[in-house]
Design a protein around this ligand. Structure first.
Ligand code: NAP
Length: 331
């Protein structure tokens, strides 16, 4: 059956300005790190993309190495775009990709050289059968490549028409500042920063968020649900089909400690009092800070995605709720 996007797709989503740019992003975006690779069920991924778009998620986040196998998430996404988003529908999508982690053997297959970033961007475009991506990221800082070279590569990618905007991911506050200054000088201002940020991972509060505000750069936290921990997924053990149970998953069973489960249960109770799921509360908790443009969730089913979308129905927190959350997190 051919897919017809829902006519009401823009009726409920909230769109936030990305820093001081002209670009609006949906409050919830979808990432394809897990569950879209060649080891996964293609139709499940396809249904998630369709459901996302039908509900106003316009932004899909990829990287060269997403799979497994590396590259297969981009290939599958390319197939979905070709099948379901023909013609001008491409203009309703914000597609991002990145390069930084190991993608091919030899000295040019990872980190931040111009050689690697440009070749990787070309490969990603080929895999997705796209003419351009909307955002291209340096996926991680490279301690051995001059920052100028990495930023010049991003600038070159935009000026050669392969991306519209650039971003950086997992750069600390000081290096981010330097990167933003270089990019500005080059005439390609940085659009967005993608850091790991959730109730369980708060390093960005130590300076990065202030830098992003100062420079007018947007912020899209990844792993906002701590890979599934900040949901009801692990309240009663480790389900067989969960990320923690999968050999290729990045969530280790050893990370699911009794202490953590106690905290998750405490948070779950607060969420229930707010009449939302823990996943919804974890997303709303990030969006309460106006410096957060969009929250980049993952999902393994349409049901999870639908649940996550419900976060935008209750984004307000009372001071009491916030201090209760802090007290549970400090336990
Ligand atoms: N820049 C970077 O270095 C970097 C690194 C990591 C990720 N990312 C990006 O961020 C995106 C999101 O990362 P993530 O997948 O780790 O995000 P996440 O949202 O923290 O975790 C997603 C996982 O949580 C579980 N889940 C999601 N919604 C749920 C719900 N409503 N109820 C119960 N369980 C739920 C699912 O686990 P199960 O699979 O167990 O069902 C799902 O796979 C990635 O796809 C990628 O685009 C970027």
């Amino acid at each position: 059956m051919s897919y017809q996007p829902a006519p009401v797709r823009y009726d409920t989503m909230q769109y936030n300005r990305c820093g001081k740019s002209g670009l609006l992003l949906p409050a919830v975006s979808l990432g394809l790190w897990h569950n879209f690779g060649s080891v996964d069920i293609f139709e499940n991924g396809r249904k998630m993309i369709q459901h996302a778009f039908d509900n106003g998620i316009t932004h899909f986040d990829l990287a060269n190495n997403y799979g497994p196998i590396p590259g297969s998430a981009e290939e599958n996404f390319g197939k979905i775009i070709k099948q379901d988003f023909p013609g001008n529908l491409r203009d309703e999508l914000i597609i991002s990709s990145k390069a930084g982690y190991l993608m091919w053997p030899g000295p040019y297959g990872e980190w931040g050289s111009k050689k690697y970033l440009i070749a990787s961007c070309d490969q990603s475009l080929k895999r997705m059968a796209l003419e351009y991506v909307d955002i291209f990221y340096s996926h991680r800082p490279d301690p051995d490549t001059p920052l100028e070279e990495t930023m010049m590569a991003l600038d070159h990618i935009v000026k050669s028409g392969k991306a519209l905007y650039v971003g950086i991911s997992s750069y600390d506050a000081e290096t981010s500042k330097k990167a933003f200054d270089i990019l500005k000088q080059l005439g390609t201002p940085c659009l967005i920063h993608q850091p790991k940020y959730s109730m369980f991972e708060r390093w960005v509060e130590g300076g990065l968020l202030d830098v992003l505000e100062e420079y007018g750069v947007g912020c899209i936290p990844f792993s906002p649900l701590a890979q599934g921990l900040l949901t009801n997924r692990y309240l009663k053990g480790i389900p067989e089909n969960s990320r923690a149970a999968k050999p290729a998953g990045f969530l280790q069973k050893s990370e699911i400690t009794d202490e953590k489960i106690e905290r998750i249960k405490g948070l779950n109770e607060i969420a229930m009092q707010r009449k939302q799921s823990l996943a919804q509360m974890a997303i709303a908790w990030l969006l309460k800070d106006k410096r957060i443009t969009s929250v980049l969730v993952g999902a393994s089913s349409v049901e999870q995605l639908q649940n996550n979308l419900g976060a935008i129905n209750n984004l307000e927190f009372t001071d009491d709720e916030l201090s209760l959350i802090e007290s549970v997190l400090r336990r």
